[in-house]
Design a protein around this ligand. Structure first.
Ligand code: PLP
Length: 390
């Protein structure tokens, strides 16, 4: 197969060889059930304990018992939101979120509205994707029980002011959950400093395996389990543990923490090279999200006028480049991304979106290849577009 250039690390990342190495024994000989009291079980249990400590360290939780392993980032978001909603339904039925959340949050909120009579306020965002803290304050009512705002956006890379949001939530005695699935491994996450109550992460975004996530739940937080069964995860998430997945997550968390400073500076340099060159060399292009400050180190997102994101992707794919037009979960659908529309873009502009997301192993040569191939692709598509007049 000819060389591929992978620029879709926000969708998923390759499994790190060290992570695979750590997982391998648990896919083969070390197959014990962690609930079993004999040696095979206890070995698996010890491996889970160690992985939990590594995830704890990645987000600087005070206690490893505050980490609940889940089947994905999506499940962590569901558990956080439904778990709080159902635990506190006698105290209130109002939840605040934002229009640019991942569907794992938005659809969970909509589900609670539709089936359980919860009321949800969806905060709008400005043209760079930031919520307004004054709007947030205004939306809080006596019956507000939860604020759920993502740390960083998966499509446009905007980083929300998490510490300030947590402060506002605490002042009003409201729980604060943040989806940090895209932020983990990119930003220095510190749940003690930022004072969040619940935080979701997912292993496959940090060079770990798919199908394993975690929810941080601050000690003392009321949360109703959403899965009934055995006593795993301190009775907060029944299911025989995905031991290889958890071990892989632990290793990926350890590597992510160790590599963070080097990874951040390398990716910011490459990201800014992409942003600057695209804005310089291509006309009628919009950068989505802020230019530098409060932007994920690995994200560059654009809208190119007069053309469709899907056509850009197909043309890039033929040249060996994998990128995205938005979130992996919405590609395949013809609707423009809800995130682009929330920025105030027209359907026409929103349709021309392209997300480039970098990884730990992305090289300058790969970025140069992308920057060489992208402008002629855009030009070719515009030349074919009835909307473009040159
Ligand atoms: N939240 C955000 C911000 C994401 O980007 C994603 C995945 O794209 C998820 C949640 C869902 O995570 P998972 O793929 O582990 O279910």
């Amino acid at each position: 197969m000819s060389k591929r250039y992978y620029f879709d690390h926000a969708a998923t990342t390759p499994l790190d060889p060290e992570v695979f190495q750590a997982m391998e024994p648990f896919l083969k000989d070390k197959f014990g059930n962690p609930s079993s009291i004999y040696q095979e079980g206890q070995e698996a249990e010890r491996a889970i304990t160690e992985a939990r400590e590594r995830v704890q360290e990645l987000i600087n939780a005070a206690d490893s018992r505050e980490i609940i392993f889940t089947g994905s980032g999506t499940e962590a978001d569901n558990l956080a939101i439904k778990g709080i909603a159902m635990a506190l339904k006698e105290e209130g039925n109002h939840i605040i979120t934002s229009e640019t959340e991942h569907h794992a949050v938005l659809h969970t909120c909509e589900f609670l509205e539709k089936h359980y009579d919860f009321e949800v306020s969806y905060l709008s965002v400005d043209s760079e994707g930031f919520i307004d803290l004054a709007d947030l304050r205004e939306e809080i009512k006596d019956d507000t029980i939860l604020i759920t705002i993502m740390t960083a956006n998966n499509e446009i890379g905007t980083i929300q002011p998490i510490e300030e949001i947590a402060e506002i939530a605490a002042e009003n005695n409201v729980y604060f959950h943040t989806d940090a699935v895209q932020a983990a491994g990119q930003l220095d996450i510190d749940v003690q400093k930022s004072k969040v109550d619940l935080l979701s992460i997912s292993a496959h975004k940090i060079n770990g395996p798919k199908g394993i996530g975690a929810l941080y739940v601050k000690k003392g937080t009321k949360l109703l389990p959403q899965m009934q069964g055995g006593a795993q995860e301190r009775k907060r998430r029944a299911s025989t543990e995905n031991v290889p997945g958890i071990v892989g997550f632990g290793k990926a968390a350890q590597l992510a923490k160790k590599r963070l400073p080097e990874k951040q500076s390398k990716m910011i340099k490459l990201r800014d090279k992409i942003i600057n060159r695209v804005l310089e060399e291509i006309d009628e292009v919009r950068l989505n999200g802020p230019r530098q400050e409060h932007r994920l180190p690995n994200n560059a997102s654009f809208c190119f006028r007069y053309i469709e994101g899907e056509s850009i992707l197909l043309n890039l794919d033929m040249l060996g480049i994998a990128a995205s037009s938005g979130s992996a979960c919405t590609s395949g659908s013809l609707d423009p991304s809800h995130v682009m529309l929330a920025l105030g873009l027209s359907h026409e502009v929103a349709h021309g979106s392209l997300r480039i997301s970098l990884g730990y192993r992305t090289t300058e040569e790969e970025v140069d290849y992308l920057l060489e191939k992208l402008p002629p692709v855009i030009q070719k598509l515009r030349d074919m577009s009835p909307l473009y007049e040159g």
